[in-house]
Write a protein that binds this ligand. Structure first.
Ligand code: PLP
Length: 253
């Protein structure tokens, strides 16, 4: 028997497809039913955490007989995963040096590898996705009175403590995200400010790929092409929050 801890926000409509996906992945062939139990509470280091348990079992009777036999897989978030021994060993034995003097061979190699991978002049290693977003907002919105257009379900808007406002002094203007993580491009065009001196300056537009709150959806290339075209036509910078880009990476990098 196998069970999953899912995020309490997981919509009912997604339970069945998650269940089927995990079942296939684990090669559980004989499961006939699943129990989309309601949201429960678990005590964690940060207090009570709401989660949705999803238990797969071959029949209700066997679950009733031995509940402790259920192997629970914690899928509340990818952040609950822990490094493997191989990852710990790689960190412990990595060549290091002074990064300020450009003498950290591992950081240099990582940056070079990513610049090449994304066909960019350079890359910089930062320790967190929130920091990468804030740096990008500050780099692209250097003029006071700047505004950035972001999805209303974006990480940068919902989960970064309003840092664009309180650290960068940049106003975020939200646009409704569609369930696939994109937004209406006509609406986007209408959000771009004109040259009225009373208004803020639209300096930046942000997309998130893959989209965290839209179920990890990959943003279609056709949308990206159209979006970047509009940004270029209006002299707006675009930033892609790719904190979860490699979640969808299939080939080795
Ligand atoms: C899309 C997205 N952007 C940014 C972040 C922030 O990353 P970090 O937790 O490394 O600051 C996350 C984290 O989940 C994310 O999903």
């Amino acid at each position: 028997m196998t069970g999953l801890y899912l995020s309490a926000d997981t919509p009912e409509t997604e339970l069945l497809s998650i269940y089927n996906g995990v079942r296939k992945h684990l090669g559980i062939a004989d499961v006939t039913e699943f129990d989309p139990a309601g949201v429960q509470t678990l005590t964690s280091g940060r207090g009570n955490v709401r989660f949705r348990p999803l238990v797969m079992y071959t029949n209700r009777e066997s679950l009733a007989v031995n509940e402790s036999a259920v192997k629970m897989i914690d899928m509340r978030s990818d952040t609950v995963s822990l490094p493997t021994n191989e990852m710990r060993n790689a960190m412990a034995s990595a060549l290091v040096g002074d990064d300020v003097f450009g003498e950290d061979p591992t950081t240099n190699e990582l940056q070079e590898r990513f610049a090449k991978l994304f066909n960019k002049e350079a890359a910089i290693f930062v320790p967190s996705g929130s920091m990468a977003n804030l740096i990008s907002v500050m780099a692209h919105c250097s003029q006071r009175g700047s505004e950035a257009i972001v999805g209303d379900l974006s990480h940068i808007f919902l989960y970064e403590q309003g840092s664009s406002a309180h650290i960068a002094g940049v106003q975020l203007n939200t646009i409704a995200n569609k369930p696939d993580g994109t937004f209406c491009l006509e609406q986007f065009k209408r959000k771009i400010r004109g040259d009225d001196c009373h208004e803020p300056i639209t300096a930046l537009a942000v997309i998130e790929n893959t989209h965290n709150m839209c179920g990890g959806k990959v943003i279609p290339l056709t949308f990206l092409d159209e979006f970047t075209k509009i940004c270029r036509q209006n002299s707006i910078k675009c930033h892609m929050d790719g904190a979860r880009l490699f979640a969808e990476q299939k080939a080795p990098i």
